[in-house]
Design a protein around this ligand. Sequence first.
Ligand SMILES: C[S@@+](CC[C@H](N)C(=O)[O-])C[C@H]1O[C@@H](n2cnc3c(N)ncnc32)[C@H](O)[C@@H]1O
Length: 189
Amino acid sequence: MQQFPLFSSHIDLAHQLWERVLQQGDTAIDATCGNGKDTLKLGQILQKKGGGHLLGLDIQEEALRRTQERLSSAGVSGSLFLQSHRSLPTISSPLRLLVYNLGYLPGGDKKVTTQTETTLESVKNHLSLITCGGMISITCYSGHEEGAKEERALLDYCSTLAPSEWSVCHHRWLNRPLAPSLLILQKNI
Ligand SMILES: C[S@@+](CC[C@H](N)C(=O)[O-])C[C@H]1O[C@@H](n2cnc3c(N)ncnc32)[C@H](O)[C@@H]1O
């Protein structure tokens, strides 16, 4: 696809926002490592900013193996955890960015997908960990049944967050109905 000057996919937009938000010394967590592309991008941004703490989670060993391989070949270090994002590892520096890329592992078992209840619980439970000016970035896939349900539940819940505390926006391509959408929550205070 032709490259446009602003962004050509939701992930371009996400990367631009991650770059703006992350600062030296921050912690960034990839809650759903999958193939590790987002994990690597987070690690590279932290490196560029002068260093920080990169953590990644997934419930599948295969995902963590692929992520570790990707990080190692790019010379990026991070701590990976074989666990659900229902609870996050303890961190010692401000959590500026928490990233979810929902759905199933590309090239893996499509039945092992993120689940509405777990994802919603994870987002709700970790709102209080995000530092001022920090962000939660969620890629949603409404093109499959569980993904559509998950997106709806997240949009409904996030719409109820107090605007004084959270700025919430949702990017969707109006003329690409099956494309992933990007839900962004920025902590105001
Ligand atoms: C769409 S993939 C992520 C893609 C990845 N960001 C990339 O760049 O390749 C979603 C991942 O979420 C993982 N997952 C599903 N439920 C999870 C949970 N409760 N906690 C953590 N990871 C989960 C799946 O195993 C899968 O690898």
